[in-house]
Design a protein around this ligand. Structure first.
Ligand code: SF4
Length: 360
């Protein structure tokens, strides 16, 4: 087993520290995983946040389309524990109502809030309540004059919009700013974040907007967010998927763990399978994940578990794994560090593997 839980190979760009509720982002704080609720009723929102908390979602954003929702933030906060971000579009009064009801952060898109005076009203209220504002620049709602200048919402147009609004808000005497600068085009998003990160030092929230769902959404988000994180850019992330918020959080953690930006205490690796495969590798991975969740297993140090398709090559190909399994023809094989240590009935392979892991 390795002594170090995870290694740090990425030089993170250091940003200003900003407090959101009881959580700190930016500076050298861990990169946090955020999601957004997808429920409509207040009780369903609370239930969804509680589920997300149980899988370690660290910041939650909720859509605030009306005053009923803005006022319900008080109740939502009482019944959940992670910081709640109110997502506001068009109506600045909803932002003010959300702040007065305890929102830990406001996300506004200055381009659609109705002008400088309305932004100022939100900024003053946030200042009074000492909460940060995320300035969410988005390719879908770029100011008309920038669209005319650039022709389309390219990276430079997003950056110019971000700089204008950051400067405008700073001039209002406010500096608890978090910034996002998203496009549905992954490459434009990467270019925009690269540029803005060299010009400002506020924390950056990363995401690919309208990334779609399923495999396409996961790939777009992973490539976009992963590329930026690998370059040291980003303080919080949200994998925006046309799917469940639970999926968003799980993929978010996988991206961070893949880059060793968050602890990866249990790493499951598996062979891609080939014509020699004798077991259902995918099914075994799911069973192992389920068992590990059931026992809430927390190893003293990082472990790697390999699930391999055949006994001929499996143990050798996975000799760097701490534990491994393979099987076929009714038999299961448990191996440690590439050496076969046990033969068991195939149906018992996962339970015996768990026993071996828990012994360590
Ligand atoms: S471990 Fe066996 S089944 Fe898996 S890829 Fe290698 S040779 Fe194929």
């Amino acid at each position: 087993m390795k002594n170090q839980a995870y290694k740090v190979l990425i030089n993170r760009r250091i940003t200003k520290e900003v407090k959101i509720g009881n959580t700190l982002i930016g500076d050298k704080n861990p990169i946090l995983v955020q999601s957004m609720t997808k429920s409509n009723s207040i009780s369903a929102i609370i239930k969804e946040i509680n589920i997300l908390e149980s899988i370690k979602c660290e910041i939650i954003r909720i859509a605030v389309p009306d005053f009923k929702t803005a006022r319900a933030i008080k109740k939502i906060k009482k019944e959940t524990s992670i910081p709640v971000v109110a997502d506001i579009h068009f109506n600045y009064r909803l932002a003010i109502e959300s702040i007065e009801n305890g929102a830990d952060k406001i996300r506004i898109n200055p381009g659609n809030i109705g002008g400088k005076e309305k932004v100022k009203a939100v900024v003053n209220c946030a200042n009074e309540h000492k909460i940060p504002i995320r300035v969410g620049i988005n390719s879908g709602s770029l100011e008309k004059h920038l669209l005319t200048k650039y022709g389309s919402p390219v990276a430079d147009a997003l950056v110019e919009s971000a700089e204008i609004w950051v400067k405008t808000i700073e001039d209002m005497g406010f500096d608890k700013i978090v910034l996002s600068i998203k496009s549905s085009d992954t490459l434009e998003t990467i270019m925009a974040y690269r540029k803005i990160s060299s010009r400002i030092d506020y924390p950056l929230h990363l995401g690919i907007t309208a990334a779609s769902g399923g495999d396409i959404g996961i790939v777009r988000s992973s490539v976009g967010i992963g590329t930026l994180l690998a370059e040291g850019i980003g303080d919080t992330i949200r994998v925006s998927l046309t799917g469940t918020s639970v999926e968003e959080v799980k993929i978010g953690y996988e991206i961070l763990k893949t880059l060793s930006l968050r602890e990866n205490n249990i790493q499951i690796v598996a062979c891609p399978t080939c014509g020699r495969c004798q077991i259902d590798v995918l099914k075994l991975i799911k069973r192992i994940e389920k068992e590990l969740n059931k026992i809430s297993y927390k190893p003293k140090s990082a472990i790697k578990i390999a699930v391999m398709g055949c006994v001929v090559n499996g143990p050798g190909e996975a000799k760097d794994a701490d534990f491994g399994i393979t099987g076929g023809k009714g038999e299961g094989i448990i191996f440690k560090k590439g050496k076969i240590v046990k033969k068991v009935l195939e149906k018992n392979i996962v339970s015996v593997l768990m026993e071996e892991i828990c012994k360590e």
